[in-house]
Design a protein around this ligand. Structure first.
Ligand code: ZN
Ligand code: ZN
Ligand code: FE
Length: 758
């Protein structure tokens, strides 16, 4: 009250960014009290609004503290301050949320359980071992939200009425759970239950006891997580992991592993400082780390890495307290290509052939999210799968992308919605060829449209007429913009880095339809959002059987050898041919001669397939991109040599590469050396092409995108060497370089073309 004098001034402050559901209002309140500010704070759809009165000096400190001391999971992207009429307000208040406009603000991704809540599980009477503990700094967010603004009634916590104690905390501005929407305790919140061979168990301690017993016995247990079910077993038990692998069918990919804590993690894998920072971050992705000590062989299926993560839900902490195992396989609860299961009843139906043991809880998962996957290359985080903990963070762009949707690709689908200048990428959806996945896609589009209040006008999609995302786009009755696959790849990386100019765009990728009807994937563009000019591409070779060739890398090896050396390659006693029936080889050669289902391809993925098969590393593939991944895993370090290649006018001949590799194989050179030389060659191609284009067109910015850049060796060295040559190099970090990033590029290209037409 003594503050009320003529020096009092008043500000209206509007803050945008990730400021809802992350403890922002209580934080504003604390800062207001600290700096003697009177007024109010309010959540609206378009962000946080503050009315602040105080002396000029106090207001200045207050504004500064909002930037400097903001809660860990929050992110301020805009702060507008306007003068207002002084009203001589009393105290500082938090005003109830109101739906004031059609603007939206950000929805927080899900946040891993914080340290303080882990401690509260040991000391707060009503939350001792309570597995749904959370606070304004942690807990579920995106997975439980149904609509905005982010209030309990708009989440799947709505059916749970707060008990008096929780309500008191929720309403106490000095409490860490002040306005924590999912606040709950053992008296009022959700609960876990277990179905153990048909018997229902509801007592938590009994559940944990039975779980521990099952894990010890080597059984598999399905357990409901944040964004869907996991299948868990002891990661050290060979039998358990093998059975899990057999049950999941066709799925030959490495399994993710959850470690008890950092100590357990560091016993089994190598972790550098950047990796430690990411794996312990509140986003808690799976991080690909180098193996130090072996787990069961079927976990990483021969790869020298482990997809590792740390506990991120209270229940994860409780289960690790109840078992002796330092590490659990925690793979998504689904069969092969189906989306991760989220519904309790469906889980029991879909997973019944894998396990009879289910741990579930009675709060609905509204938005399915898989665990995100990242790797650290050149000290920076690279997302390979962008889902829990990252979605729905927007990408801030320089263009008006409002009302535009990128429909994405097909195999690794994500879509993208434009709101104002923000591009909001969906969570990882998966392979649309699967009917359940397509339904998941359609549901998620509806949810995103509602959540972010988008009025779609344009759908941008791939050039490929058979992609289900393209077909879906065409059914929407909206304006369609078709975008070449690799142009979209480069555009997505440009968008991530805020570029809007001509760049050298190098797309190394698996499959994408080109504008000449061939299959592209080794493309050297000069491009901006509007147009692309294809300067070079990897030499075209026939891809026997079309898409089917991706399952049989040996067919690509045969195709390349035949293309460059004719029939003579069959006289050379190449070891990989000994494993393949002559009749099959004849069939492939005849198909090539007669041009039967043999589209031409310039795909880098197929080139890697061919070399992987030729060196007898992987002749048949059991999962997407297995052959290139196996080839990469063989690389001997510190090999500097490489193979020759030719850079004629418009394409890159690979003849001398295949000549060199064949000679190396026949002279007994190890495949680890060949793998290194081959990778070095691809890096040299990138370098040579970039230098030549820079020489001709005076462009110094190089953008690398496409699925092949998930290859750590390639990305690390290509980026480093290009920088050594003085290039400005742009590579993916928060947006995947695989087809999960395509939708963002499609959206940007459509947005740019709209601007130009207008
Ligand atoms: Zn917490
Ligand atoms: Zn309660
Ligand atoms: Fe692609």
């Amino acid at each position: 009250m003594q503050n009320h004098n003529n020096n009092i001034i008043s500000h209206r402050i509007h803050i945008t960014g990730l400021v809802q559901g992350v403890g922002f209002r209580p934080f504003v309140y604390r800062m207001a009290v600290k700096h003697h500010i009177h007024g109010s704070v309010e959540n609206r759809n378009d962000g946080v609004h503050i009315l602040a009165e105080g002396t000029g000096h106090h207001l200045e400190n207050f504004l500064q503290s909002l930037h400097l001391e903001a809660p860990p999971a929050s992110e301020i992207t805009g702060m507008e301050v306007h003068d207002a009429e002084t009203q001589n307000l009393e105290g500082f208040h938090i005003v109830k949320s109101s739906n004031s406009s059609e603007e939206i603000t950000r929805v927080s991704p899900d946040i891993a359980t914080c340290e303080e809540c882990i401690m509260d599980m040991k000391r707060q009477d009503h939350r001792i071992n309570y597995p749904f503990i959370n606070c304004t700094n942690c807990g579920p967010r995106f997975t439980i939200i149904q609509d905005l603004p982010y209030d309990r009634g708009m989440t799947t916590m709505a059916p749970f009425e707060m008990c008096p104690q929780c309500r008191a905390e929720y309403e106490n501005i000095r409490d860490r759970r002040f306005h924590a929407q999912p606040v709950a305790c053992k008296h009022c919140g959700p609960t876990y239950s277990m179905i153990d061979d048909g018997h229902k168990i509801t007592n938590l301690y009994e559940i944990l006891h039975v779980f521990a017993q099952k894990i010890r016995e080597g059984s598999i247990v399905a357990i409901k997580g944040m964004g869907g079910f996991h299948l868990a077993c002891d990661a050290r038990k060979e039998n358990a992991v093998r059975i899990l692998r057999e049950c999941k069918q066709r799925d030959g990919k490495p399994f993710a592993v959850m470690f008890r804590d950092l100590t357990a993690l560091e016993e089994y894998v190598h972790v550098n400082e950047a990796e430690r920072r990411i794996i312990t971050s509140w986003r808690r992705p799976i991080v690909i780390l180098k193996t130090k000590k072996e787990l069961a062989p079927d976990v990483s299926v021969g790869f020298p890495t482990v997809g590792a993560m740390l506990p991120y839900m209270p229940m994860h902490h409780l289960i690790f307290e109840s078992i002796h195992a330092p590490a659990l396989v925690m793979t998504s609860g689904n069969i092969s290509d189906e989306p991760i299961v989220i519904d309790n009843e469906l889980a029991r139906q879909h997973l019944k052939d894998i396990t009879r043991n289910f741990i579930t809880y009675n709060r609905e998962i509204h938005n399915r999210t898989d665990d995100s996957v990242a790797m650290i290359v050149n000290g920076r985080e690279r997302l390979l799968r962008r889902s829990r903990g990252y979605v729905p963070d927007p990408v801030e762009t320089n263009l008006n992308v409002d009302g535009i949707m990128g429909a994405g690709a097909e195999l690794v689908n994500c879509f993208c919605l434009g709101k104002g200048k923000q591009a909001i990428l969906s969570q990882h959806i998966g392979d649309l060829k699967n009917i359940e996945t397509l339904e998941f896609y359609e549901e998620s589009v509806e949810l995103f449209k509602r959540l972010f209040r988008t009025n779609l006008q344009i759908v941008a999609c791939d050039l490929h007429p058979d992609y289900l995302s393209t077909k879906w786009a065409e059914q929407q009755g909206l304006e369609i913009v078709k975008v070449q696959h690799h142009h979209a790849h480069i555009a997505s990386c440009m968008a991530e880095h805020g570029l809007d100019e001509k760049v050298i765009g190098i797309a190394m990728d698996g499959v994408g339809l080109g504008d000449d009807e061939n299959i592209w994937g080794g493309e050297f563009f000069v491009c901006d959002y509007e147009n692309y000019q294809r300067i070079y591409h990897l030499d075209y070779v026939p891809q026997p059987g079309g898409d089917a060739a991706t399952r049989y890398p040996w067919q690509m090896a045969v195709s390349y050898l035949y293309h460059y050396f004719g029939n003579s390659f069959r006289d050379k006693n190449l070891p990989f041919l000994e494993t393949i029936d002559d009749i099959k080889v004849n069939l492939v050669l005849r198909a090539i001669d007669k041009k039967l289902n043999c589209p031409l391809t310039s795909s880098t993925g197929r080139l890697f397939d061919a070399v992987s098969a030729l060196t007898n590393t992987c002749t048949e593939s059991t999962f997407h991109a297995e052959a290139p991944m196996r080839m990469e895993s063989k690389i001997m370090e510190k090999v500097e040599e490489s193979y020759e290649f030719d850079l004629p006018e418009d394409y890159i001949s690979l003849k001398s590469i295949f000549k060199g590799i064949t000679e190396d194989i026949l002279s007994g050179t190890g495949k680890d050396v060949i793998a290194a030389k081959f990778h070095n060659t691809v890096i040299n191609i990138i370098l040579a092409a970039s230098l030549k284009i820079r020489g001709e067109q005076r462009i110094n910015k190089v953008v690398l995108s496409g699925g092949t850049f998930q290859n750590r060796y390639l990305l690390e060295n290509a980026e480093t060497k290009l920088k050594e040559e003085g290039f400005d190099v742009y590579t993916h970090e928060r947006v995947p370089s695989n087809d999960g990033g395509i939708a963002l590029g499609q959206l940007m290209i459509a947005a740019k073309r709209r601007t130009i037409c207008a």
